[in-house]
Design a protein around this ligand. Structure first.
Ligand code: UT7
Length: 325
């Protein structure tokens, strides 16, 4: 009998401070940084983002998302034997956000670690958790994407600070005889690390380097439209499916133009693309599980639907997963 991993619950959490483009533009204007609602909407599709207050961390957001996912799955923290957190904005250098969230949930014993693949982090974490569950190393895995990207934004750099937001999403993966995750594919090209990075570190008690996000947006855009179609076709081929089998595409929510371009290349109408970028902005590793949870709770995604998840991020990293929900 084959063993698969299957999503049995989803959850998400957003910090309450919802900031519109107009509010952000007014705030930036006070520091002489010029932007507009029109530019942001036309170039990205973003209308709002949520920002965490200074006292709220990515562990706080991730814990809430995890609890909602466990409730949806009908499980308690005691059922979880693996926690993987995808984040680039962890609370500490160590221990991992996964260990900290496990501590909050109060159930020691299972494995807990973070995955760092920036905006592709959730797809990476899901693929790793799937290997654990399929291989018999875990029965119930919590896979969480959680970010406070506002902490690494340079609010004097209009080319990046209008794009990102904070939030968290989570899924519970359970061992199952029915699929489940059908195929995943992960890739990286470290030669392109410089086009999207936060090149700071802590050294001798000081922050060294540049602790803010830097991005060559056009270079990332060009890579994204190229690799996302390829990796989507890769998981379709691996699982013996075609684009026509996809009920919903749940892409990383960075830019509506990239999302719809990839859908078009695959022959998918915009109506089959889960779109939350307008409400959340780019929440990096949190964006896919957040979008998934919104679509599940809205009743758009139904049991039995085939989902394509795909993302590209700093590294450069990219990946996709195809699954029967
Ligand atoms: O999540 C990880 C993956 N990340 C992504 O997928 C992001 C990929 N990149 C993008 O989504 C797009 O490249 C951006 C949204 C970042 C930028 O859009 P673009 O269409 O590539 O714009 P651009 O960089 O070519 O800039 C066009 C103009 C420039 O002015 P000039 O040189 O034409 O006079 C910029 O200076 O827009 C200007 N600009 C702005 N204007 C108003 C850049 N940022 C802003 C801004 N407000 N916030």
């Amino acid at each position: 009998m084959s063993r698969y991993s299957r999503i049995i619950g989803t959850g998400s959490h957003l910090p309450p401070n919802r900031v519109s483009n107009a509010q952000l533009a007014a705030q930036l204007a006070r520091d002489g940084v010029e932007t507009s609602d029109t530019w942001i909407v036309e170039r990205t599709g973003i209308r709002f983002r949520h920002f965490a207050d200074p006292a709220t961390s990515s562990v706080d957001l991730g814990e809430q998302a995890a609890r909602h996912a466990l409730d949806a799955a009908g499980l308690t923290p005691a059922d979880v034997d693996l926690i993987i957190v995808a984040t680039s904005t962890p609370d500490m250098i160590f221990p991992s956000n996964a260990a900290l969230i496990q501590g909050r949930l109060g159930v020691p014993g299972g494995a807990a670690f973070d995955v760092q693949a920036v905006c592709a982090g959730f797809v990476y974490a899901l693929a790793v958790a799937d290997q654990f569950v399929r291989g018999g190393m875990a029965r119930h895995a919590l896979v969480i994407g959680t970010e406070v990207f506002s902490r690494i934004l340079d609010f004097k750099d209009r080319t990046t600070c209008v794009l990102f937001g904070d939030g968290a999403g989570a899924v519970v993966l359970a061992a199952s005889e029915e699929p489940g995750l059908l195929a995943s594919a992960l890739h990286a090209d470290g030669r392109k690390a410089g086009i999207l990075c936060t090149p700071g570190r802590v050294s001798g008690g000081e922050v060294a380097g540049h602790p803010y996000l830097k991005m060559d947006g056009q270079a990332v855009f060009k890579q994204a439209v190229h690799v996302l179609e390829d990796v989507a076709r890769e998981v379709l081929t691996k699982s013996g499916r075609t684009p026509q089998d996809i009920d919903w595409m749940v892409p990383h929510q960075a830019n509506i133009r990239i999302m719809l371009h990839t859908a078009k290349k695959l022959g998918l109408p915009a109506e089959k693309v889960v779109q939350t970028v307008a409400e959340h902005g780019n929440t990096s590793a949190a964006s896919i599980p957040l979008a998934l949870d919104v679509a599940v709770r809205a009743g758009s995604i139904q049991r039995g639907d085939t989902l394509l998840l795909e993302a590209v991020g700093g590294g450069l990293t990219w990946g996709a997963a195809l699954l029967d929900y």
